[in-house]
Design a protein around this ligand. Structure first.
Ligand code: NAD
Ligand code: IPM
Ligand code: MN
Length: 363
């Protein structure tokens, strides 16, 4: 199997975690006789500084010419005073729009080894396994009009969805629920917003195509509480762009760290893969970043773009084994009651790579 992957490592810890994900992917490819054609391009703050644009034309062209794009993270404090359309984040949003993937899959799986790192009690989170399906191309992020009118001191954004945009992401969420525990929770704010009423009506219509799936609706405010109180109650959670952004970061409390969360965006011309976390300027350049979210994102590339389910599962199992052996990055060892071995970003990447190698050689 041959896979052409564009790496856009970006800013802050983006390059640090992406290097580890790529080295694990290379190990899997080499041992399995697969060919990875890797190219690297700039995006985000590093592209603003070097190319004058957060999404240079050659990055976009290379992305559109790939089988998959792996993104690290974008953003940095030095860009905070720029308007939204000039910031590093704008480069990522333009890339998402150009690649066309509208269904952002954000699995939040609670490894039992990490329960000690969560402020939630182990019996609350043990066994939690949620798949957030976040709509990625609509809502407040892309709706027009949008403006900060400095003359009148007003600003506005538009939360807009068409029925077709809701229907297409809902269908993907129902299909995925069919392969899991057959339960779908749709999250909206239909008690206040017309756009959420359209969302809910459309989800109910698509639900008729999937009679085997149990559907429930939750308001986003209540859902943010239910997620912490009873995360095991949820299987597939379908929601719009901003609500999905917020709830998926909240799920880091269930998994023990934001650095554990991967994502895959499907449904467009080229799939886009990114860990859920950002560029983490507070820890960048110090070797403190947890690369496991990026490494698990690499597993999603193999699963969704390479059709390599066994290899994807090998990476996921290797992450579990490394955790079982007591290895942790600092974010996973905030308290260190069991004497964990605390590793740097590159050391953690190397542990997963060794473990993947041992599993594949012995398979
Ligand atoms: P963040 O996700 O970068 O960090 C939030 C907190 O989690 C920080 O304390 C950070 O140190 C920690 N953290 C995040 N990832 C970690 C990892 N892998 N290992 C250990 N700790 C980790 O969010 P933020 O601080 O709100 O945003 C920083 C910048 O990142 C902003 O410019 C923001 O716009 C950008 N951002 C980018 C993306 C992306 O490119 N996909 C996603 C989210 C935020
Ligand atoms: C994420 C990030 C992005 C988002 C930003 C950086 C544009 O927070 O991927 O979760 O809001 O989608
Ligand atoms: Mn986010």
């Amino acid at each position: 199997m041959k896979l052409k992957i564009l790496i856009t490592a970006g800013d802050g810890i983006g390059p640090e975690v992406t290097n580890e994900a790529v080295s694990v992917l290379k190990e899997v490819a080499q041992l399995g006789g697969h060919t990875l054609a890797l190219d690297h391009k700039r995006i985000g703050g590093v592209a603003i500084v070097n190319d004058g644009s957060p999404l240079p034309a050659d990055t976009l062209a290379a992305a559109l010419d790939s089988d998959a794009v792996l993104l690290g993270a974008v953003g940095g404090n030095e860009f905070n005073s720029l308007p939204p359309d000039k910031r590093p984040e704008a480069g990522l949003l333009q890339l998402r729009a150009a690649l066309g993937g509208f269904a952002n899959l954000r699995p939040a799986f609670a490894f039992k080894e990490l329960a000690v790192n969560s402020p939630l009690r182990p019996e609350i989170i043990d066994g939690a396994d949620i798949l957030f399906v976040r709509e990625l191309l609509g809502g407040l992020y892309f709706g027009q009009p949008r403006e900060w009118n400095k003359a009148t001191n007003e600003a506005w954004n538009t939360m807009r969805y068409t029925k077709d945009e809701v229907a297409r992401v809902a269908r993907i969420a129902f299909q995925l629920a069919g392969k899991r525990r057959k339960k779908l929770t749709s999250v909206d704010k239909a008690n206040v917003l017309e756009v959420s009423q359209l969302w809910r009506a459309t989800v109910n219509e698509i639900a008729k195509e999937f009679p085997e799936i149990a559907v429930e609706h939750q308001y986003v405010d209540a859902m943010s509480m239910h997620l912490m109180n009873q995360p095991k109650n949820y299987d597939v959670v379908l929601t719009e762009n901003l609500f999905g952004d917020i709830l998926s970061d909240e799920s880091a409390v269930i998994t023990g760290s934001l650095g554990m969360l991967p994502s895959a965006t499907i449904g467009g011309k080229v799939n886009l893969y990114e860990p859920v976390h950002g560029s983490a300027p507070d820890i960048a350049g110090k070797g403190l970043a947890n690369p496991l979210g990026a490494i698990l994102t690499g597993a999603l590339i193999l699963r969704h773009s390479g059709g390599l389910e066994a290899e994807a599962a090998t990476i996921e199992t290797s992450v579990r084994k490394v955790l079982e052996q007591g290895f942790r990055t600092p974010d996973l060892a905030r308290s260190n009651p069991q004497g964990f071995t605390v590793l740097s970003t590159t050391e953690m990447g190397a542990k997963v790579r060794e473990t993947v190698k041992a599993s594949l050689v012995n398979a």
